[in-house]
Design a protein around this ligand. Structure first.
Ligand code: ASP
Length: 602
């Protein structure tokens, strides 16, 4: 086979007259009388090939039985197209290849879904034949842009003095709060490696090792429930730096992300520095710790405004220590009673609010179910506090502060989606800082770190570690982009005494701490630099950059919602002998994964 090759997408008008050889897949095929027209596709684009029985009888005979997705080699001469035949939809549309030779390199069965158009195809089928799905232009583009983004991240990180260091994939478990994937040991029966949920402890040990600035494009594995933006294995831009505080880490991430973003041709523009919000501010103003700041509609505290009013629901909430907050929907006078009492109330109920109170501000004054409970002066005060104008609606929730925040935070996002308040191409990055150090796990009742146990406690709150662990702030921070968390990090604990107190707050005693993290505590006895770091989710960034809603569309071979890989059938049962080698026997009857759906070639 000739090694000389012209990419299908390369020829232009100026190339007319050249002899070329192209290789590719048949994207379309048309017979016009005697002439056969083939669109040949490779990674670079599409070229029209014309095969005439008069000038190239052998090529014509070879092309006769050619069907979609056959793989061909075609040699011939590029010819200009006549003005009325120019195809402006493809880059090569001013020329066509007049074949002299045509060789079928591989025949193809009829694909189970069209490869040559972006039709909607059931995702299970796409994943089962991922190699065909990946031939389609959108996923080709996604993978290439992802690669550019990662390449650029590597370049900027290196330019900033970071060293790329690979940490092991088979490790002792790292505590990132998810379930581990385990790998049984053949040489030590009964012992297991864990696949890394992140390289957290290794990167901190790199700082003890004096490596100063570490980064890695790290694969992480977490066995948790999947969502549209969560996969069991994913990639992080993982960073750790010595002798830094928050501002140093922020500057590195801002530069890395914005530079790689622009270089990858991602949508929108990223402006730096990213605005900052403390966690408390985010919760107060947006009700959530991942605020979408592309639109306003901030939560407004009405607790004092309505204290002592005639509306019992508000009064009861306030007198029992709760709060009343609201959002103002600009132009919301068009929301009907049934809109509000129906779907909008359903949103807040999902977050445990008992109901949604509302007022419309019309030309004629304030109206709505609860207007009658307020005096004119009180309504005026609500108007002032919320900034509602004529034509707007105010939606309010009264309850415990955490319920009000969650309910209104979700309602704010819901209303913004319904009314298209966010400019889709605007990229609103924010740092959310000073996260609480701990939260109470709703299921187990245990005090667990919001980030991880190596996160430094806010210096003003250290004294409250024992008395009020749930109220203390940490030095953890997130980057949020358009309401989606895209990464987290923190300044770390380097003082063993504080580390011990954090473990104690989590109910981990000295023995357990030694057993689990003794190696880290030991390393810290030998001179540890103050350090901090971050991990940014590469897929989430790429999704936003490309405007994709599904994380699977930016991963070459993703898992489905059941964490299976339908193409290869992973996870799969293994041979009895493999289990014996590992000293394992199964006590449960394994559930066989559904057999891959066979799609017979037509
Ligand atoms: N290991 C953390 C994570 O994966 C990031 C960090 O603290 O640097 O979220």
């Amino acid at each position: 086979m000739s090694t000389e090759r012209t990419a299908c997408g390369a020829p232009r008008a100026a190339d007319a007259g050249s002899e070329v050889t192209v290789f590719g897949w048949v994207d379309r095929r048309r017979d016009h009388g005697n002439l056969i027209f083939l669109d040949l596709r490779d990674h670079s684009g599409i070229l029209q090939v014309v095969i005439s029985p008069q000038t190239a009888p052998a090529a014509h005979a070879a092309a006769h039985g050619v069907r979609l997705e056959y793989v061909l080699r075609v040699r011939g001469k590029l010819q200009p197209r006549t003005a009325q035949n120019v195809n402006t939809r493809i880059d090569t549309g001013e020329v066509e290849l007049h074949a002299e030779e045509c060789t079928v390199l591989s025949v193809a069965a009829t694909p189970p879904f069209p490869v040559n158009e972006e039709t909607d195809v059931e995702e299970g089928l796409r994943l089962r034949h991922r190699y065909l799905d990946l031939r389609r232009p959108r996923l080709q583009r996604n993978l290439r842009r992802r690669a550019t983004f990662i390449a650029k991240l590597r370049t900027v990180m290196t330019e900033m003095g970071f060293t790329e260091i690979e940490t092991p994939m088979m490790i002792r478990a790292t505590p990132e709060g998810a379930r581990d994937y385990l790998v049984p040991s053949r040489l030590q029966h009964g012992s297991f490696y864990a696949l890394p949920q992140s390289p957290q402890l290794y990167k901190q040990l790199c700082m003890v090792a004096g490596l100063d600035r570490y980064f890695q494009v790290a694969r992480c594995m977490r066995d948790e429930d999947l969502r549209a933006d969560r996969q069991p294995e994913f990639t992080q831009l993982d960073i750790e730096m010595s002798f830094v505080d928050e501002e140093d880490v922020f500057a590195v991430l801002e530069r890395a992300i914005s530079t790689a973003w622009t270089a990858s041709g991602f949508r929108g523009a990223i402006t730096t520095p990213f605005p900052r919000l403390t966690w408390h501010e985010a919760m107060d103003r947006y009700g959530v710790d991942k605020p979408d700041v592309r639109f306003a509609m901030e939560l407004c505290d009405l607790t004092e405004t309505v204290r002592g009013c005639g509306f019992r629901v508000f009064n009861d909430a306030v007198s029992s220590g709760g709060v009343v907050k609201g959002i103002t929907v600009t132009g919301g006078a068009d929301l009907t009673r049934s809109d509000i009492e129906g779907r909008l109330t359903d949103v807040v109920r999902t977050f445990k609010a008992r109901g949604l109170a509302y007022l419309w501000r019309r030309e004629t004054g304030w109206v709505g179910g609860i207007a009658k409970f307020f005096s004119a002066a009180e309504l005026e005060a609500i108007g002032e506090a919320t900034g509602a104008s004529v034509g707007d609606a105010v939606l309010m929730v009264a309850d415990r502060p955490s319920v009000v925040a969650a309910a209104l935070g979700a309602l704010r996002n819901h209303v913004a989606r319904e009314r298209s308040l966010a400019e889709p191409d605007e990229m609103a990055m924010v740092w959310v800082t000073e996260f609480p150090m701990f939260e109470r796990d709703e299921e187990t009742g245990e005090v667990t770190p919001l980030h991880h146990p190596f996160t430094m406690v806010h210096s003003e709150d250290v004294d409250l570690l024992e008395s009020e662990p749930l109220s203390i702030r940490s030095r953890a921070y997130d980057i949020v982009l358009n309401g989606r968390e895209i990464g987290s990090g923190s300044i770390r604990i380097t003082d063993p005494a504080i580390q011990r107190r954090v473990f104690a707050a989590m109910g981990i005693d000295e023995d357990a701490a030694q057993r689990k993290f003794g190696f880290l505590l030991e390393a810290f006895q030998y001179g540890v630099p103050p350090h901090g770091g971050f991990a940014a989710g590469v897929e989430r960034l790429v999704m936003e950059g490309l405007g994709e809603a599904n994380i699977r569309d930016v991963i070459a071979f993703p898992k489905n919602q059941q964490a299976q890989e339908p193409m290869t059938g992973a996870p799969a049962m293994v041979e009895e002998e493999q289990l014996r080698d590992l000293g394992l026997s199964l006590s449960l009857r394994p559930v066989a994964p559904a057999p891959p759906r066979a799609v017979p070639p037509e």
